[in-house]
Design a protein around this ligand. Structure first.
Ligand code: WT7
Length: 633
């Protein structure tokens, strides 16, 4: 079902709220189910326990391949654009991808992977990464993709949390001018894990790697001579499809669990509608498959919808800041989906880098990951879309699996910095801190969702209590997003940002507690507090206030900071690197020993006065000392 007009949108929205079962079952009917569901949805948010397409049996890859091969076998499924513009792009048809997936599924089976087993994918943006995900899904295994920028420690934590049996990786990763070791990181991680039996290594950079006898095998050797025919394993609608780890307000990343049937129906539906993907179009999402955006809108959503999806290995600024636009021209991209941080970064290079390229193929522009500021919105609209492409500002989360609030391209009138209206089936509600619904328009508060949608998270892996406490315990019978939002006089939603201790750095989510935990591991650190601060390109930067052991004198400060950054790199990865570090003698604390983050946030923003009531602090004098020290951060 595809919505083509605003009237059509309101009509479908109404239907989806009045009779969600009828609405979703008519969409799910377009897929191939080995056995149809008994009930569309069965749910409560108290436990929570959410089941979609109850007792339905299927395989998601049968819906990508077998369901579509007859009509789309020769159509390009994935256009892979390598890091070096000089290296040839690959056009992989649905049939070729099918054969690769079947073949690799056979490898997984041969290596002992069974339904329900967890497989870690720690890979760069190469076609094998998509093949790896789909092959796991085909054999009923649960993939957990770990962004290849995470450190060995972060990787080991994830392997241990889900007790994975296998790691799929590559020798290295080309990113711009850099050649980054990938397999070596896996080797380090595996020194701290016990469950991995096999490591399969795709060859990309041809750099030297160590292969452990009996454990490690090259991808090309493992697939050699293996049949390209494979019968998909039947799974239940509610069987796990994947786990994706994400940061929260507590220290340890959570394994967000997504299941099969609902995720399939929802990602495909939202992909087609939000981007108004049409037959023959070329769609490009610039995310990494290590994030939910890559899962839902590079791999599953587009491929389920029979789209041609571009997968780019490199970075926006290599060999120069015109690279995105060169690729748009080269592959005649029709729908382009990126993050505000990339837009702001490229905007800084001026218009000269855009000018050489023909961007006339573009029809729709998308934005995701963080609020898009008006200036970036207008620049994107005017200079990339040439004033003729609608911008879809898509709001969603790792936990939501798919886009929840967004314009439908060309259908919903847009308004800069507004995610606009909920998609059909999505029932947002704004509540105050006590959980009272703020009805009507022109209200602002905590954004919650009051009815389940098919691709919502089901649990956090191995710890259902944590899922309940994080998302369903704040406000009774509501899913709490962690975001603040405003509903304006037109009923449009504007996302105001996180209301918890999560910050958004370049569209990546970072728990402040997670960064603090890493900093605190440094032997010379006594205590630390991490907050976000406004950053021109990244949206938010990471500001760390650190108390060190007495013997770090000011002449050693620069070395200390370098060493703190190295610690964060080692424990999480470069994405968590603090932008500013301030060494402080004390942190502002209340009598009960709680750090007053509100004050630290204000100081990091550059505020020097008007901190409100500081009388509850045991050490109010520290505030001025910290303000004076900001210049050295
Ligand atoms: C958080 C989720 C799922 C997309 C990638 C990020 C913020 C996401 C928007 C938007 C304003 C946005 C929210 C959300 N966010 N999209 N269009 N406008 N904020 O996924 O890492 O799970 O982060 O990103 O704060 O809660 P994520």
């Amino acid at each position: 079902m595809k919505i083509h007009s605003l009237g059509g949108y309101f009509h479908e929205y109404q239907k989806s709220v009045q009779n969600p079962e009828a609405f979703w079952s008519s969409i799910a009917d377009n897929f191939y189910w080995r056995k149809k569901w008994d009930k569309v949805v069965d749910w409560n948010f108290a436990e929570p326990n959410v089941n979609w397409f109850v007792n339905g049996k299927l395989n998601i890859t049968e819906n990508i391949f077998e369901r579509q091969l007859f009509t789309r076998g020769d159509q390009t499924a994935i256009i892979w654009e390598p890091n070096e513009p000089g290296e040839e792009a690959q056009h992989i048809s649905y049939r070729e991808l099918y054969e690769k997936v079947c073949q690799f599924s056979n490898v997984l089976i041969e290596k002992g992977i069974e339904k329900g087993d967890r497989v870690i994918i720690y890979m760069p943006m190469i076609p094998e990464a998509a093949v790896a995900m789909l092959a796991c899904a085909r054999v009923g295994a649960v993939h957990s993709v770990v962004f290849a920028g995470f450190s060995a420690t972060a990787l080991a934590d994830r392997i241990n949390d889900c007790e994975a049996k296998m790691v799929l990786t590559s020798d290295g990763n080309f990113r711009g001018k850099k050649k980054i070791a990938v397999k070596a990181v896996v080797d380090q991680a595996l020194e701290h894990t016990t469950t991995i039996e096999t490591v399969i290594v795709a060859q990309r950079t041809k750099q030297e790697v160590t292969m452990v006898e009996g454990r490690d095998i090259w991808w090309h050797e493992a697939t050699e001579g293996v049949s390209t025919e494979n019968k998909a394993v039947e799974v239940d609608s509610e069987d796990m499809l994947f786990i994706l780890y994400t940061s929260g307000s507590t220290g340890k990343p959570k394994g967000v669990v997504h299941t099969t049937g609902g995720y399939m129906v929802y990602t495909s539906f939202t992909f087609k509608n939000v981007f108004q993907y049409g037959e023959g179009d070329v769609y490009w999402c610039t995310a990494d498959i290590g994030w939910i955006t890559g899962h839902s809108y590079i791999v599953y959503g587009p491929l389920l919808a029979g789209a041609t999806s571009v997968m780019f290995e490199g970075v926006p600024t290599y060999p120069d800041a015109g690279r995105f636009w060169e690729i748009v021209e080269k592959h005649k991209v029709n729908q382009f989906y990126t993050a505000p941080t990339a837009i702001r970064a490229l905007q800084a290079y001026g218009l000269d880098v855009i000018e050489p390229y023909d961007l006339s193929s573009l029809k729709v522009l998308g934005s995701v990951g963080e609020p898009i500021n008006e200036e970036a919105w207008h620049w994107y609209h005017d200079h990339i879309g040439k004033g003729k492409c609608p911008i879809v500002d898509t709001w969603w989360q790792t936990e939501t699996g798919g886009i929840l609030i967004s314009p439908i391209a060309g259908v919903t009138p847009t308004k800069p910095s507004y995610a606009t209206l909920p998609l059909p089936g999505v029932q947002p509600i704004i509540v105050d801190n006590e959980g009272n619904e703020l009805k009507g328009n022109s209200v602002e508060g905590n954004l919650c969702i009051k009815f389940p949608w098919p691709s919502m998270l089901r649990t956090t892996y191995g710890d259902h209590e944590r899922c309940k406490n994080t998302y369903f315990a704040n406000f009774e019978n509501l899913y709490f997003t962690g975001d603040g939002a405003k509903r304006d006089e037109d009923g449009y939603y504007r996302i105001l940002g996180r209301v918890d201790d999560v910050i958004n750095v370049s569209g990546h989510r970072m728990g402040t507690a997670e960064v603090e935990n890493a900093i605190n591991e440094h032997p010379l650190v006594v205590e630390s507090a991490v907050v976000g601060f406004p950053h021109d390109i990244k949206g938010q930067g990471i500001y760390a206030y650190v108390i060190c052991e007495k013997d770090v004198d000011s002449s050693d400060e620069q070395n200390m900071k370098k060493s703190l950054i190295a610690t964060v790199n080692k424990l999480i990865g470069p994405i968590a690197k603090p932008d500013k570090i301030q060494i402080v003698p004390e942190l502002p604390k209340t009598r009960s020993g709680k750090i007053m983050r509100r004050i630290l946030r204000k100081i990091a923003e550059g505020t020097t006065s008007g901190f409100g009531d500081t009388s509850t602090l045991v050490n109010p004098e520290i505030v001025n000392t910290i303000i004076e020290g900001t210049k050295d951060a």
